[in-house]
Each structure stands twice: as structure tokens, then as C-alpha cells.
Design a protein around this ligand. Structure first.
Ligand code: ADP
Ligand code: MG
Length: 474
């Protein structure tokens, strides 16, 4: 790929002016985040970090990522309904990973009682990097699929307008007109609205379940506003509120503060730190209810790293999606090498290979939210230590994707302007709604490009590592 924007990249005067315009445009567009100092107040806010310039994305890979999204929606939904698969796949993991075990316990408990929920809503984001092969060609490789609290769809709906303006200012109006349209806020709201409608109670509300620290509230507000525009009432609650004020009636309808809840949209509950005993109780209450959970606990389990690894085994996709040969082929084409570290001969071999050549692999625990994976020397040390213990099974191993870096400026408050060597990760949002056995809606819902400096192996936007970006198709 030829380098983009070479003509302006090192012109300090032009770059300074562009950065200043870009930051103001971001604020005007509402690409906002609360500050680290005051994460729960909107008196002082800042812009969400972003790249000065759009980054090159091969159009064929961009199209491929969109084309496979409905397949991934189908797959996640199928896994969430396959008790036998989830049980078998997570059997060893839940022996050693307490968080997955607790989720799994709620999952079985709810199934034993019988599901009250009949409408299902999935909002997921499948993330990819562009892997550079030995011959220089780039391939779309999935990093992971997020089935709970996939974020930044709201804010990134506003990134496009900012980059369009920057390009115009740089005399690149033609290029500006070619940035692909993107509006995940609308796409996600469409899914939530459809689920709300099928739930079938005009007076019921949509409940955003939110974390204690809400720096990223504007990302959620973007989706919320789309719902208000459709005259759907939205409330924001914490697990604590559910524990204290939530209840179920005889038909297991969920009420909080006297309001019936049609849809629970989790932007919380994806890491162990989100839970204390009361929060686990609240989670159980929500899962038992008739309300549409986005996601239900089965779908959250479908998004674990262990499930991702098992999907890559020959024959697994075919068994999960019988009669969908084309979907299976599209999905499989995006898989990188994934390896089980379960105890036994297969896992021993994998561990030995990774210890010998750690730079080719990433070691992943069953965690979300960035910053948990291990690389290089650290990977070697950890694997050395746990290679003969059951703890090994709480991890999976993955081939390391090696993308082609490019140059850009990462704009972040209180940070000096300097050119960085960067790599990008493309996420595609997907939504689906199922009523009973019938898939009512299955769509892609926009994209998210996140870019970070190459020196950071891991970490997303919320973790302060990656920044929002816009794809420039080449
Ligand atoms: P999380 O659930 O914490 O987001 P991910 O699997 O998405 O976990 O990994 C976090 C980050 O680590 C990714 O955003 C990416 O930057 C990096 N990463 C993950 N897997 C790989 C891989 N196979 N090759 C290269 N980088 C990876
Ligand atoms: Mg991730």
C-alpha cells in the first residue's frame, strides 16, 4: 500500500492548523468524553481521542468484513441456543476461571427454570486486523467478537464529519467525498427499537445498565437519543438499583421504580470488577425476567475467548450452522490460528511451541476490555510458570497478527502533537433480533476503526491506548 497523505504529513505549519481545526470540529460534532478527573460529571468534558487523518483500509477487506457480519450474527445466535456446545466448550474453563464459572451458573439456573424471555436482541462487534503475509498481501483476520457492551458505535458516528472537514481544509475535497458513510448510533438503536416493539408494551422502557464510572456516557447518549427520537423512553440504572428496586411479577415481567422494562441493554457486567454479591443477584434477577436482554447470558458466554478458539476446530462451524456452507466458508476465511491450552498432549505441544517462539503468538485469558493479553517475553514467562498446571486452561493461544504500520497523528488532550507509527483495527457492528425461533432482523450496523501507536501491543480507546479513526478505502 502506498503511504497516504505524504504531501502534508511532515508540513508542521499545516499539521498544526489542521489539528486545531480537527479538535474544534470534534467538540462541535459531539465526539465527547468526560475527563479522568471528573468521570461522573458533564461540567467539564473533552474530545474523545482521534487520528488527525483517516487511515488506509483496503476496500476489498472492508467489503469482506461487512459481507461476513450477518454470518457472524447467525453464528453467535446459534451458539447461544446450543447448550450442549456451550457446556462442552466451557467445561474445563469453568473449573479454573471463577468469572466464567459464575456466568455459567446463572446460565444453567435460568435454563432449569425455563426461559421467560421470547424476544432476543444481539448487538455485537466483530474486530479485525489486516495481516501482512510473507508476499506482502493483506488478509482480513478476526481478533475477536464482542457480544456484550461493544462500545464506540455512538461516538464514531460523528468521526466521519470531522475527518471530512480536515481533508477539505487540506485541499482534499475529492478524497473527503469518498469516505464511506457510517452511522452505528442509528443502526444499534434500530435493533433496540425492534426488540422493544416486539416485546409489545407501549409503556415499557429501555434500560441502559451502566457502570459506576461513566466517562464514556456520550457514546451511550448517541444511541439513547436515537431511541428518544423514536419516542422510546430510556432509563439509566446500575446493578445496585436493580438489586434495591427491581422486581418480577407473576409473568416474570421486570419492574424498576414502578416502570416495566422491555429491553435491558448492558454497558456493564463484562468484567469481574463489575460484580459484588449484590450485583450477581441483580444479574440473576435480570436474566430470569421476561425482558429482552442485550445480550442474554448465553450470548455473553458465546463471546468468550474459549468459544472463539473452539470455533476454529475443523467441523465445529459446520455443526453449529448446518445447511449454511457459504456462511461457514466466509466465517472461516477470517480466522487466524487459534489453539487450545487444555491439559493433555495437544495443549502440551502448543505450550512448548509458544515458549520456543513467543513473538509469533498472543496469550489470552477469558477477559474483556483490553490490556489483559500477554506478548513476547511476558508470554514466555507466564506459560513457563503455568505450563503444567490446570491454570493453563483459563487461557487460549492465538497467532499474532502482523499488520502494516502507517504514519498518523494521534490527537489526545494535553498531549504534544507528533507523528506516530500506527496500526488499525476495524470493527463491524452487527444487530439481530429473534422472536422465538424466527430471525426477524439480521443486519450489519456500521463500522469502527481504531488506531494506536505500534509500541502498544494491547488496549482499546477506553483504556487510553487506541483512538477513533475513519477508513479511507484504497
Ligand atoms: P479484549 O477483549 O481485551 O478487547 P482482544 O482479543 O480484542 O481482547 O485483544 C485486545 C487487543 O490486543 C486488540 O485490540 C489488539 O490490539 C491486540 N490483539 C489481540 N489479539 C491479537 C492478535 N492475534 N494479534 C495481534 N494483536 C492482537
Ligand atoms: Mg477487543
Amino acid at each position: 500500500m502506498a503511504a497516504l497523505w505524504e504531501d502534508v504529513l511532515y508540513n508542521e505549519l499545516v499539521i498544526r492548523e489542521a489539528a486545531s481545526l480537527a479538535v474544534d470540529a470534534a467538540l462541535l460534532e459531539g465526539m465527547l468524553m468526560r475527563t479522568e478527573e471528573e468521570p461522573n460529571a458533564s461540567d467539564v468534558v473533552n474530545y474523545a481521542p482521534f487520528t488527525l487523518l483517516p487511515s488506509a483500509v483496503p476496500s476489498s477487506l472492508f467489503e469482506q468484513a461487512y459481507a461476513v457480519q450477518q454470518d457472524f450474527n447467525l453464528l453467535v445466535d446459534a451458539i447461544s441456543q446450543n447448550k450442549e456446545f456451550l457446556e462442552r466448550t466451557l467445561a474445563n474453563t469453568i473449573k479454573v476461571d471463577d468469572f466464567t464459572a459464575r456466568l455459567f451458573r446463572i446460565y444453567t439456573q435460568v435454563l432449569e427454570e425455563g426461559l421467560a424471555q421470547s424476544v432476543f436482541l444481539g448487538i455485537n462487534r466483530s474486530d479485525y486486523m489486516f495481516d501482512r503475509g510473507a508476499d506482502g498481501t493483506l488478509a482480513l483476520k478476526q481478533i475477536e467478537i464482542n457480544t456484550i457492551a461493544a462500545s464506540f458505535g455512538g461516538l464514531t458516528s460523528r468521526t466521519l464529519a470531522v475527518h471530512r472537514q480536515v481533508l477539505k481544509m487540506l485541499g482534499k475535497s475529492e478524497e473527503a467525498s469518498h469516505l464511506p458513510p457510517n452511522n452505528p448510533s442509528k443502526g444499534l438503536a434500530l435493533g433496540i427499537a425492534k426488540a422493544w416493539e416486539l416485546y409489545g408494551s407501549q409503556s415499557a422502557v429501555v434500560m441502559f445498565l451502566v457502570e459506576k464510572v461513566q466517562r464514556n456516557i456520550f457514546d451511550q447518549r448517541c444511541v439513547e437519543n436515537e431511541l428518544w427520537n423514536r419516542n422510546i423512553r430510556v432509563i439509566r440504572k446500575r446493578f445496585r438499583d436493580v438489586f434495591e428496586k427491581g422486581s418480577l411479577d407473576d409473568a416474570r415481567r421486570l419492574y424498576i421504580d414502578g416502570q416495566e422494562v422491555a429491553v435491558v441493554y448492558y454497558r456493564e457486567g463484562y468484567v469481574p470488577q463489575n460484580y459484588d454479591l449484590q450485583n450477581w443477584e441483580a444479574r440473576l434477577l435480570l436474566e430470569r425476567s421476561r425482558a429482552v436482554k442485550c445480550p442474554d447470558i448465553a450470548t455473553q458466554l458465546a463471546g468468550t475467548k474459549k468459544v472463539q478458539q473452539e470455533l476454529s476446530r475443523p467441523g465445529t462451524l459446520e455443526r453449529l450452522l448446518p445447511g449454511h456452507a457459504e456462511s461457514v466458508a466466509r466465517i472461516r476465511a477470517t480466522f487466524a490460528g487459534l489453539y487450545s491450552l487444555d491439559l493433555g498432549e495437544e495443549g502440551d505441544k502448543v505450550a512448548a511451541t509458544a515458549i520456543a517462539d513467543p513473538d509469533w503468538f498472543v496469550l489470552k485469558p477469558q477477559r474483556e476490555g483490553g490490556g489483559n493479553n500477554l506478548y513476547g517475553e511476558e508470554l514466555r514467562q507466564v506459560l513457563e510458570k503455568i505450563k503444567d498446571s490446570p491454570e493453563r486452561t483459563s487461557y487460549i493461544l492465538m497467532d499474532k497478527i502482523k499488520p502494516q504500520p502507517s504514519k498518523n497523528y494521534l490527537l489526545r488532550a494535553h498531549t504534544p502533537l507528533k507523528v506516530s507509527e500506527c496500526i488499525s483495527e476495524l470493527g463491524i457492528f452487527g444487530i439481530y433480533v429473534r422472536q422465538g425461533k424466527e430471525m426477524v432482523t439480521n443486519k450489519s450496523a456500521g463500522h469502527l476503526l481504531r488506531t494506536k501507536a505500534v509500541e502498544h501491543a494491547d488496549g482499546g480507546v477506553a483504556a487510553g491506548v487506541a483512538v477513533l479513526d475513519t477508513p479511507y478505502l484504497v
